[in-house]
Design a protein around this ligand. Sequence first.
Ligand code: HEC
Ligand code: HEC
Length: 325
Amino acid sequence: MKRTIALSFLVALVGAATWFVMRGPNAAPPSAITVDRSPARIERGKYIYEVLSSCEDCHTERNWKKFAAPVLTSLSGGGQVFPKELGLPGQIAPPNITQDPEHGLGKWTDGEIIRAVREGVSRDGRALFPMMPYQSFAKMSDEDVQSLVAYLRTVPSINKAVPKTKVDFPVSIFMKSAPQPVTTVVAAPDKSNQLEYGKYLVEMSGCEMCHSRKERGEVVSGMNFAGGEVFRVGEFEVVSANISADPETGIGNWTEQRFIDKFKGYANFTNENLPPAVQVNFTVMPWLGLRNLHEDELKAIFAYLKTMKPVRNKVESHPLVASRL
Ligand code: HEC
Ligand code: HEC
């Protein structure tokens, strides 16, 4: 008798463990929507792709030898494999998101693309590695995500296979809890409410993801916007700046104009005149995209950041390590 109980307990345990490892993500079927592709929508989608949400930066090969690593525009959306030195858990490869029917999104329905972007579920139902910022994009308004799809449909096909993402165990198991269906209407933010608008823009452009130190993929509690996250690519290293409201180590004593000027200061760079990347200027901050944010958007972002908890954390963004000079 005792043995039977022990055995059934074991069977239950193995069953539970198997379920945990094999289960799929929390996925709802994709919506049957057909997105309206008006010129205004396509233009807005392009802006989200290139400027606001830097989709292009992750999903395109880049020239790391130049300041701010410009994307190779002729390969836009063609996908890439992230460099190993970034220290990611496995081989992480933002896929081809061009209209190529074989390697890209050419055969996907509009609803499937929207589900991948906001809910983190690929066409085949698997969970996407949450470096793809779907947990933030879950808040992308219905209008914006539809504009994005309208634009993606115009991205020229690139017939290029990208190796599949392979996430290491145990992250591969835990990340299955990240996808969540978006079940309600997501309204656009009220632009006349500067803080609400700023919060939306910050969410869509990944400021917090880069500007907060993380451990095991999670923001270290209380360190939101306080910088200190290290990025290594090739021989170079850069540490994200403190953009919390701390007056000494963050941007607490910056004026709105200084904040705007910082972004607009990169306006004159073109692919031709970009300086080479060296340790003292090396960056992953998407200056080349974000410099094109509209002034009212920068003002809203600044106003919102000013309301963030000041965190004292002195950061040296370009540490001069002897071996990297
Ligand atoms: C920080 C980098 C990053 C940014 C920014 C980013 N992505 Fe991704 N994206 C990824 C990664 C990594 C994957 C692959 C995850 C996986 O396969 O598990 C991915 C996957 C996807 C997929 C699923 C493709 C497939 O074959 O399963 C789509 C669609 C997509 N991204 C679209 C977008 C769009 C549109 C944007 C901008 C709104 C965007 N991404 C911004 C990194 C990024
Ligand atoms: C892909 C990562 C990444 C994203 C996304 C990102 N940043 Fe940064 N940012 C950095 C890094 C790294 C630095 C430090 C190096 C530099 O100044 O270029 C930086 C620097 C800055 C600076 C300069 C601070 C100083 O003291 O000079 C400001 C301001 C800034 N970021 C604001 C933002 C805002 C606002 C957003 C969102 C709209 C954002 N960043 C998104 C990585 C990122």
